[in-house]
Ligand binder design. Structure first.
Ligand code: RFL
Ligand code: PHB
Length: 389
């Protein structure tokens, strides 16, 4: 088989890129190791920036997002008794939209056949070959048969654990990493949210986040020691802890219910440079990870895809190889700013085990400053709604 662009991974990055290329008439095939149900079963992000919404609009795939997504004009930082509201709409003129990653992925998946986007699911042992040169190819096995796809470019949208990033030789690539000393325990339940906007809380007992997927489905998180086992967190214990950490006002409005799922995810900051090697471009979690505190992971995947699509359109439609050469630096400039924001919000809102009274005093001072300064609130707001691409 032959195509122009081989895309590894049918998560949000791979499917978005595939649709953008098809809309430009550029031939591509997406290869995914899992089944569609498995991909949709991964409950992850919930907050979309305008960049991500804009890509769905451009593709004409935003009907359900517009109908079911919840536009949010602000969010809150809770510090003990106090609630500091960050008025996104007033400070930036923009909103974020609460719409689950599962729903976004489903919209992209469902539209693939009618848009002529070929996605091969359950592709085993996907391997990349000759990516340093200009005639790369990809091999895989499916239903016992071996397959080969020749392409001009291979795009690694295969997440943090995928094979693409590992194709960049050790002397060429560089990794930056920060692992955090706690895990995020998430709980999803079919109960109304405790507040109409998100609340991020820094409490003496630890971090808590009140989020949602709809008016009838809530998503909450608390941080727990990394050594903690999920068996030790029956639902009632999680609800008790949330009620304490989110403060009395939110606690009074929490509706408890059985959890639909309850994972513990270890947050991480990670950047891999460069994001291009020869004919291989990396997008999304394949190249970088942010701690979930800033709600940036999916949105960064979308902005990478925006830059990658521009680079590929430049190459195929304008015969401009410079567009490809510029990809890594363009994407990384936005990636590092989102890394900074996610790291600083994580630092501000969590009690780190190694912190002493000085570090805690710095958190209190920073939250005081944010509460009293429109400039500080604007800086948070413009990062939260997403920096321009
Ligand atoms: P994905 O979604 O991991 O998709 C990668 C795809 O590649 C496939 N794959 C392979 N395919 C073929 N061959 C192989 N060898 C392969 N190896 C892997 C995988 O099966 C998969 O289908 O990466 P992508 O597309 O870059 O998207 C990134 C986002 O999924 C991620 O950044 C976000 O979920 C992060 N995130 C959040 N991001 C936000 O923007 N806002 C949020 O509110 C938010 N909350 C979160 C989050 C992530 C979380 N977890 C569990 C990590 C909350 C949580 C709890
Ligand atoms: C979520 O709803 O899953 C969510 C929202 C905001 C975050 C992280 C996760 O910062």
């Amino acid at each position: 088989m032959k195509t122009e662009v081989a895309i590894i991974g049918a998560g949000p990055a791979g499917l978005l890129l595939g649709h953008l290329l098809r809309a430009e008439g550029i031939a591509c095939v997406v290869l995914e190791r899992r089944t569609p149900d498995y991909v949709l079963g991964r409950i992850r992000a919930g907050v979309l920036e305008q960049v991500t919404v804009g890509l769905m609009e451009r593709l004409g795939l935003d009907a359900r997002l517009k109908a079911e997504g919840l536009p949010h004009d602000g969010f809150n930082l809770a510090d003990g008794e106090r609630l500091i509201r960050i008025d996104l709409a007033e400070l930036t003129g923009q909103q974020v939209v609460v719409y689950g990653q599962t729903e976004l992925t489903r919209d992209l998946m469902d539209a693939a056949p009618e848009r002529g986007l070929e996605v091969v699911y359950a592709a085993e042992d996907v391997a990349l070959h000759d990516v340093a040169g200009d005639a790369p190819y990809v091999t895989w096995r499916k239903d016992g048969a071996e397959h080969r796809l020749d392409a001009r470019f291979v795009i690694g949208c295969d997440g943090f654990h995928g094979p693409s990033r590992r194709m960049v030789p050790a002397g060429v690539g560089r990794e930056y990493e920060r692992v955090y000393p706690f895990g995020w325990l998430g709980i999803m339940a079919d109960v109304p949210p405790c507040n109409h906007e998100l609340i991020y809380a820094n409490h003496a007992r630890g971090f808590a986040l009140a989020s949602m997927r709809s008016q009838a489905r809530s998503r909450y998180y608390i941080d727990v020691p990394v050594t903690e086992r999920i068996e030790d967190w029956p639902d009632e214990r999680v609800w008790d802890e949330l009620a304490l950490r989110l403060g009395p006002e939110a606690a009074a409005h929490i509706t408890r219910g059985p959890s639909i799922e309850k994972p513990i995810a270890p947050p991480r900051s990670f950047v891999f440079e460069p994001m291009r090697h020869g004919s291989l471009l990396l997008c999304g979690d394949a190249a970088h990870i942010v701690p979930p505190t800033g709600a940036k992971g999916l949105n960064l995947a979308a902005s990478d895809v925006h830059y990658a699509a521009e680079a590929l359109v430049g190459f195929f439609k304008r015969n401009d190889p410079e567009a490809i050469a510029a990809y890594s630096a363009r994407a990384l400039s936005r990636v590092w700013k989102s890394e900074r924001f996610s790291w600083s919000l994580t630092r501000l809102m969590h009690r780190f085990p190694e912190d002493g009274p000085f570090e805690r005093a710095m958190q209190v001072a920073e939250l005081d400053y944010i509460a009293s300064s429109r400039a500080a609130q604007t800086a948070i707001a413009e990062n939260y709604v997403g920096l321009p691409v």
